[in-house]
Design a protein around this ligand. Sequence first.
Ligand code: G2I
Length: 454
Amino acid sequence: MKKLIIGAAALILSAGAFTLINTQAEAAVQTLQSLAAAKGKYFGSATDNPELSDTAYTAILGGGEFGQTTPGNAMKWDSTEPSQNSFSYTKGDAVVSFAQAHNMTVRGHTLLWHNQLPGWVSALPATQLQAAMENHIANVATHFKGKVFAWDVVNEPFNEDGTFRTSPFNNAMGSDYIAIALRAARAADPTAKLYINDYNTDGQGAKADGMYNLVKSLKAAGVPIDGVGFQGHLAIQYGFPTNMQANLQRFADLGVDVAITELDVRMVLPRDSTKDATQATYYSNVVKACVAVTRCVGITIWDYTDKYSWIPSVFSGQGAALPWDDSLVKKPTAYNAIAVALGGTAESASPTPSRSTSSSPPPAGACAATYKITGSWPGGFQGEVSVTGSKPGWTVKWAFANGQTISQLWGGTVSQSGANVTVTPASWNNTPPATFGFLASWNGTNAVPTVTCA
Ligand code: G2I
């Protein structure tokens, strides 16, 4: 990670050695959250309960890059009230606990959506729908009161042409259900910011106009509406949304906050460097649009890694939409584009997806080793070495170039003396093919070393 030398400390630096100590004491690690915070905004990532048991994943999620999270599924109606008046908060509470333990704020998502709606709701007679909706909102928003800073009260109320989407709520109450839901949320949690959230409203067009007219009329009628969420599910093959910054600004000018709530930028697979570069410009443009609009409060990516992205299961043949790849390794293109757009500097030596070295295939009785960085987060990384060939009792060696230090290794015994690392196998791992893994620290640069096997 880069060190940021903040203004005051940099000034003292010229005064001599004593100040160098001061500079180091005041240096801060650059993360997407620290950069966003310097602009008065947050940078967050969605998450979901199954992922919270993946320790390499949570090390990055809670490692400082993100100051905010949104539960991808845990607070939706099917999760919180699967049968009428029977509430379950276990999953939502787990996300809140993780966030609280890692200095992250939580966006509540979502009180009302036509999707992931339990069958019993759609089966209710229209005359009972308003009461069921108000009861749902009252219970869920009360439970999470003080734990979420905002709620997506209503999710995706619009059709592409800007008319209201058909839903059990719209069928029963007409578009008034939106105002009724917002009032119920305000009554249950007077301090959470209340949002309407939708996709394909990021740029100007019929759907964004529909949202604009709705927000304008809700404000005029004194309905509690504090913000509009722009999901930002983008795809490089469809072009960048029209006038995104101006679009965000016109909503802000109505007197509401705006937020980028579910950003990802997908592509038709396979990835290549041209698509990665285009994707990076999309990330940059979205972040720049938010930075330029004072009332844009923050940006959330819809989970940070391709490993847990919703996209491949919905858009067949598409994906690679997040700034971290399937192996939890940062993509220098997308990640740096975000960091730079937030006013930071590009990481010159970010791990790339193919960060591995390997020796040539070994002759009989010899061995070869391949070193791979499988995950990386501020200050730490996970590595894996595979040993091939036919040499029982192999010894793998390498020298770190940048001060990396191994803290833990499995599948073998490690000794590290300065830069030099020697690994011998655990008894059960004596004969190739064998693999061992490790955790290590890094700072600034994390070059892949040349490994030897003997
Ligand atoms: O569809 C992408 C997002 C669009 N905006 C609203 C968001 O709430 C929505 O999130 C996604 C979740 O990321 C997915 O994880 O919403 C999907 C449902 O529409 C979620 O997928 C569902 C799967 O379809 C279900 O099969 C699965 O049981 O997740 C469920 C829980 O894992």
